[in-house]
Every structure is written in C-alpha cells, then in structure tokens.
Design a binder for this molecule. Structure first.
Ligand SMILES: Cc1cc2nc3c(=O)[nH]c(=O)nc-3n(C[C@H](O)[C@H](O)[C@H](O)COP(=O)(O)O)c2cc1C
Length: 203
C-alpha cells in the first residue's frame, strides 16, 4: 500500500515539505555575492547541482526573490563555497533572514578571503570555492534557477590526495527534510564502478 499525495490538492508549502523530504540528500552551495553598493552577502542554497560539463556550469535555485538573487542579477557574479561539517552552525546562521544590506560575513563572523577571478569574496575556512560568472536565469513559478559558469575552482591542498578531493577530508554537509542535515561519515561511503554494456553479458 502507498499513500498518495496530489500537489494540486495540497497547499504548496505542504507539498514542498514532502518534496524536500524525498529529494535527499541535497548538497549545499554556500553562495556569496556582492550588492550593487558593494556589500557582501552569504547564504546557503540546497537546490544546487552541476548543470553542464563543458562549459562547466553549476546551478542553484532561489525560492522567491532573496538578496542572493537580487545581487547576482545586479552584479552577475557569485562564489559557491563548499559546505563542510566544521562550519555547520555558521552555515545555518547565514540562513537567518537578515535585512538587505547586512553583510552576513560580518554579522555571523565568517572569515572571508579574496577570490581570484570574481569580486565576491570566498569563505576562507571552506575547503573549496567555485568562482562563477552568471550564465543565465530561468524563472519557474515562484522560483528562479541561477546558472553560473565556473571560471575558477580553488581547493584547499589539505583536502587533496594525489591531486583529487578526498571525501573524508571534504566532510560535506547535506540538506535533508525539515530542519535535518546529513553528514558523510567515511564509513557511509561506498564505491562501485559503472558497468560498460560490453561487459554486461560476462557478469
Ligand atoms: C541548509 C539550507 C539550505 C537552503 N536552501 C535554500 C535554497 O535552495 N533556496 C532558497 O531560496 N533558500 C534556501 N535556504 C534559505 C536561505 O538560505 C535563506 O532564506 C537566506 O536568508 C537567504 O539569504 P539572502 O536573502 O541573503 O539571499 C536554505 C537554508 C538552509 C539552512
């Protein structure tokens, strides 16, 4: 037996709560931007993924018109800092609905560092920063998908093993349903190679 949920018959928020509980775990983009006045902004976005391989494009979604979206539209640049477990509480603090014009780096006490290719700062303590130039936006109902071409990736040497980012050192946080967050304990990581069709019959 299954329970049926009909989005047409439900309040949008109730269906959103269902959707975000079953599309899990979601990686978290910790997005920094600059306003047209030059004030920095920092906020987590878990509607986040890779959108294109070549050119490298990432996407995140603003539900409603938040400061991050307003800034990206105005200044056309953003940085995605990696949401790693040691910064758990700071990441959550930057989701507070501070008024427009408040610099979350300052308000929350997050150390910044300059980016190489774009003007918005990176989070100094984050193991990875993806510096992005706005590619395009797509309006869908009450939300806007933001696509950004990754111009530069800056990775802390401490998380690289043989030049590749190591999951146990990155320690990604993820967003689950409600106010739940996930962590990636190394013993929760499984590895399996994809099977080529030409090898399928010999299995
Ligand atoms: C883990 C986490 C993930 C979030 N993901 C999103 C998201 O994908 N899209 C969104 O619009 N808001 C998301 N939020 C809420 C925003 O971070 C929050 O509304 C924030 O205040 C927006 O800041 P801004 O107005 O400075 O852009 C998330 C919050 C948390 C804690």
């Amino acid at each position: 037996m299954r329970t049926d949920f009909d989005p047409q018959a439900m309040e949008p928020f109730a269906f959103y709560q269902l959707l975000t509980a079953v599309v899990v775990p979601r990686p978290i983009a910790w997005v920094s931007t600059l306003s047209s006045a030059g004030t920095a902004n920092l906020a987590p976005h878990s509607f986040f993924t890779v959108a294109c391989v070549d050119p490298p494009i990432v996407q995140f979604t603003s539900v409603g018109r938040k400061d991050t979206l307003v800034n990206v539209e105005a200044t056309r640049e953003f940085v995605v800092s990696f949401a790693s477990e040691p910064m758990f509480e700071q990441i959550n603090d930057t989701a507070t609905d501070f008024p427009h014009g408040v610099d979350e780096f300052e308000a929350v006490g997050v150390e910044r560092e300059p980016s190489l290719r774009v003007k918005p700062p990176r989070v100094a303590g984050a193991p990875v920063a993806l510096e992005c130039r706005l590619h395009s936006t797509l309006c869908l109902g009450n939300s806007t998908v933001v696509f950004g071409e990754v111009l530069h990736a800056a990775v802390d040497e401490a998380v690289l093993v043989d030049g590749h980012p190591e999951i146990g050192l990155l320690r990604p946080l993820s967003r689950l349903g409600r106010n739940e967050w996930g962590s990636t304990a190394t013993d929760g990581v499984r590895e399996i190679a994809r099977i080529r069709y030409q090898d399928w019959e010999q299995r």
